[in-house]
Design a protein around this ligand. Structure first.
Ligand code: ADP
Length: 397
């Protein structure tokens, strides 16, 4: 079956057409600047990537353009839209309502809408994507795959904050966690690569991209994760602060004369390694270059990023009373060897030793620990689109 995977943001839309039998992508691309002007990139497997500036007033329009690209006479990969067996949608927040993926119907759409409060930037955009596909492919089944679902197995001691219980009851304020599709995909892959049963392992996954999170998976269940009610908690990220003393919010507001929205904007967009490096860059390639050229702030930012990551790993080893494997994934986790080295330097107490030659290989699933290392350390490229396609097929069977 051919599955169209759609990941809708407020002004962008990532798409991938996947053959569920071969698990290979057939075509993929990105719509950007939706509602502003519009740009679409499209790449068929084995073909050249093309980019076109084209007006995209809304998401329905963007999906329409994607479908036109896929069925284009010259560069398209489909003869007709009927070849698309199903659409899998990435949905950011499923609250406590969704502990697994679901086939989309009116009731599900209503339940996703009810989670809008928890992800006001993301969920409405995801819903627009669902609506656009419904309009253009009314008879094609659709599945919702939630970023939060994988973490719903956390126990109350991990998901409750030190706040009055009434806030949990009234507003559902708790830790939800994100990147769940990636944490699930990578941890399952880790078990496969180790040739062990998923249920027998203690795994820590470090999803280090622009957004970054760590999760602890014990005996096949997620027991803790670093992102919280929102994707702002936890690790230091590209532009997000991660955890900090909550009193800092009021302090900044008073000193800089900012309201809540202003402070949140600083914490989400101007902080992280970007802010720490003196607004140099949120991209680790730039930070590494700067660090190698003696830039002290860049060095401090990268060191703080690695230190925080290592501290989370340490705390999750305690949470699980041990660890069998630590996995690195996403843009930084897959590519930045120096980050992996710096993080693992803190983990010698676990008997971890790294094979630096393997650590410097790129783009493959690889065990970067030495044979005598007490814990396996793996680099496993994530594939959220494939995971969404698999979930979609599994639900429609
Ligand atoms: P997201 O999906 O959250 O936008 P990604 O997982 O794609 O993020 O990660 C993007 C980040 O990965 C970049 O901002 C950059 O910091 C990092 N990155 C990508 N390629 C490299 C590389 N070759 N070396 C170091 N860091 C890299």
């Amino acid at each position: 079956m051919k599955i169209l995977v759609v990941n809708c943001g407020s002004s962008s839309l990532k798409y991938q057409l996947i053959d569920s039998e071969t698990e290979e992508w057939i075509a993929k691309g990105l719509c950007e600047r939706i509602g502003i002007d519009g740009r679409i990139t499209y790449q068929p497997a084995g073909g050249d990537k093309e980019t076109e500036e084209i007006p995209m007033p809304d998401h329905t329009n963007a999906i329409k353009l994607v479908l036109e690209k896929l069925t284009n006479e010259k560069t398209g990969v489909l003869k007709s839209l009927d070849e698309i067996g199903a659409v899998g949608h990435r949905i950011v927040h499923g609250g406590e309502k969704f502990a697994s993926s679901v086939v989309i119907n009116d009731e599900v759409i209503k339940a996703i809408e009810e989670c809008n409060d928890l992800a006001p930037l993301h969920n409405p955009a995801n819903l627009i994507g669902i609506d656009a596909c419904k309009k253009l492919m009314p008879n094609t089944p659709m599945v919702a795959v939630f970023d939060t679902a994988f973490h719903q197995t956390m126990p109350p001691k991990a998901y409750l904050y030190g706040l009055p219980h009434a806030y949990y009851e009234k507003y559902k304020i708790r830790r939800y966690g994100f990147h769940g599709t990636s944490h699930s995909y990578v941890s399952h892959r880790c078990a496969e690569l180790l040739g062990k049963k998923y249920e027998d392992l203690k795994i820590i996954v470090c999803h280090l991209g622009n957004g970054a999170s760590v999760s602890a998976i014990k005996n096949g269940k997620c027991v803790d994760t670093s992102m919280g009610l929102t994707p702002l908690e936890g690790l230091i990220m590209g532009t997000r602060s991660g955890e900090l003393d909550p009193a800092i919010l009021e302090f900044i507001a008073n000193k800089e004369n900012l309201d809540f929205a202003g402070v949140m904007n600083i914490l989400n967009k101007k902080s992280g390694v970007y802010g720490m490096s003196g607004d140099l860059s949120s991209d680790f390639r730039d930070l590494e270059d700067a660090m190698n050229n003696g830039n002290e702030l860049a060095k401090q930012a990268v060191e703080a990023f690695c230190y925080r990551t290592a501290k989370y790993i340490g705390s999750y080893v305690a949470a699980m009373n041990g660890v069998d494997a630590i996995c690195f994934t996403a843009g930084i986790g897959e590519n930045a060897a120096v980050v992996r080295t710096m993080v693992c330097e803190y983990l010698g107490f676990l008997g971890i030793t790294i094979n630096e030659e393997n650590n410097h290989k790129r783009g493959e699933e690889i065990d970067i620990s030495t044979p005598d290392s007490k814990v396996r350390v793996m680099v496993i490229p994530t594939n959220e689109e494939l995971a969404i396609a698999r979930e979609t097929v599994a639900l429609l069977k």
